[in-house]
Design a protein around this ligand. Structure first.
Ligand code: ADP
Ligand code: MG
Ligand code: ZN
Length: 476
């Protein structure tokens, strides 16, 4: 039996207004090479200046994961030649990153939690893009110099599930912190997965393989499953030494396999050295104060939801897994919705309808205020759950958001008034004297009959709780 060991390196594109070492915009440009200047084109003599916003965003991540935020850190050059990097080196932080050590807590399927150690998070500049067209390859440097935060974990994960849980937590965290849009399809949140196996009980780690640039949670899980099988089989077949060596591989989506891309370089191959053009990055008190301004994060929200709203841990995890969902939920509470009912209505009633109609929470045709108001009307017995579903269905297809008016228009007001319900009950009792006698004689099953008749006579508008209570009273 083998144990899997996984460590992750995540590249997060920071959502700064300008690039890491120049004032070119990071925003989308219509023309290739238009968001460029002598610095990001690496023209001789152009000097880099560190972007303070990028440093603050890196620091904010550091505080969020209980890391050491270094008040002095350094930039190094990592040498490699590639057409989309005109300087022939990447500016990164090797020797002393702005963020070191830290921790992220993940929730496992069995309900337990696990701490994943963080090695560091460092600032580095992204490269440009090569575009291959027919017989030509073109280089677009609009992306060159865009700030990346590379976040490196310790090899603390032991399964694909743990790796995915970790990535989801980190993804949610950077979105809460608003330091990146973390759009995986567009590549602003992508990761390198390091995987090795070792026989159970063995202390030393096995040889790791790095699978580069994966941009979906599913591909991460698939690539790990494939590598674990490949590595364990070669172990069992006695060819581990020959077949598993430190290298970089790529996940091939079509074939469902990892393929060797290149042998793994050692740090020495990159000829790292301190960048002579950049002074140490020294953070000021203002930067620290700014970086510490952060929203309530998922762990704190989960704790608060459990402690003060009485929520189940599972529900709290579902709601906080995404900031848009958490903010939607909290706005529903502001409108008077009860937490437990709000969870159900958000996660099953609304999300179910959004999925079917192809909407996300952000593009939901029914906003949080409206859904909160609707749910509050269930809790105060103005309408039944069934009536609320009718209103929600109606709102998915129509413009009106006036809940009071819709209750009237669709005739969904629930009757909770004792007098009105008793009038119906008395009529039913009078009409069914024989059944009343049988019930009193011990045929208790008939209670359901009376409930049914009363609900029917009220055309479903009577409050079922009230109907039950009043019938018990009348029938003795
Ligand atoms: P590099 O910078 O060359 O990619 P690092 O030593 O910084 O190498 O490690 C990169 C990643 O590999 C880290 O996330 C680390 O946790 C992980 N890692 C290191 N050793 C192993 C191993 N034996 N198995 C799985 N992952 C590992
Ligand atoms: Mg690496
Ligand atoms: Zn520039």
């Amino acid at each position: 039996m083998f144990e899997t060991v996984i460590g992750l390196e995540v590249h997060v594109q920071l959502n700064t207004k300008t690039k890491l070492f120049c004032s070119c915009p990071t925003s989308f440009a219509e023309h290739q090479n238009s968001n460029t200047c002598p610095t990001c084109l690496a023209l001789p003599g152009a000097l880099p200046v560190v972007n303070e916003e990028a440093a603050i965003k890196a620091m904010r991540l550091g505080y969020a994961i209980n890391a050491n935020v270094n008040h002095t850190s350094y930039f190094d050059r990592k040498s490699y030649f590639y057409p989309d990097s005109p300087s022939a080196y990447q500016i990164t932080q090797l020797t002393k990153a702005i963020v070191q050590k830290g921790e992220v807590f993940i929730d496992l399927k069995d309900g337990s939690q696990k701490r994943i150690g963080m090695t560091q998070a460092h600032l580095e500049a992204d490269a440009g893009k090569n575009i291959h067209e027919g017989d030509y390859s073109k280089v677009d440097l609009n992306r060159a110099g865009t700030p990346l935060l590379e976040i490196v974990s310790e090899p603390d994960m032991r399964s694909a599930d743990e790796a995915v849980a970790f990535l989801k937590k980190l993804h949610a965290t950077v979105r809460y912190l608003d330091i990146s849009d973390a759009n995986m399809q567009e590549g602003s949140f992508r990761c390198d997965v390091n995987v090795s196996v070792r026989p159970k009980g063995q202390e030393a780690f096995g040889t790791r393989v790095e699978i580069k640039n994966i941009n979906s949670f599913k591909f991460v899980a698939d690539a790990i499953a494939y590598e674990v099988q490949r590595q364990s089989e070669s172990y069992e077949d006695g060819v581990y030494e020959e077949e598993v060596y430190q290298e970089t591989r790529l996940w091939n989506v079509e074939q469902g396999v990892t393929k060797s891309m290149r042998g793994k370089e050692e740090a020495a191959d990159y000829r790292y050295f301190p960048d002579p053009d950049l002074r140490p990055l020294i953070v000021t008190q203002e930067m620290i104060d700014e970086a510490k301004k952060m929203p309530e994060l998922p762990d704190a929200k989960v704790k608060r939801y459990i402690d003060s709203l009485g929520m189940k841990r599972y529900d709290a995890l579902v709601i906080t897994s995404d900031k848009e969902m958490a903010y939607f939920f909290e706005e529903m509470l502001v409108q008077g919705a009860v937490a437990k009912t709000a969870v159900t209505w958000l996660t099953s009633e609304l999300l179910g309808r959004l999925n079917k109609a192809g909407f996300s929470i952000e593009s939901s045709p029914v906003d949080a205020k409206t859904l909160g108001t609707l749910v509050a009307k269930i809790s105060d017995d103005t309408i039944s759950g069934k009536g609320a579903k009718e209103i929600l269905d109606y709102m998915m297809d129509n413009e009106s958001r006036d809940i009071e008016a819709l209750i009237d228009e669709l005739g969904l007001a629930q009757v909770s008034d004792d007098g009105a319900i008793l009038a119906i009950i008395d009529e039913i009792i009078a009409k069914n004297a024989d059944k009343v006698e049988q019930y009193k004689g011990g045929k208790e099953k008939l209670f359901g009959f009376f409930v049914g008749q009363t609900m029917k006579a009220s055309k479903g508008s009577a409050n079922p709780g009230k109907v039950n209570a009043l019938l018990k009273e009348r029938l003795g």
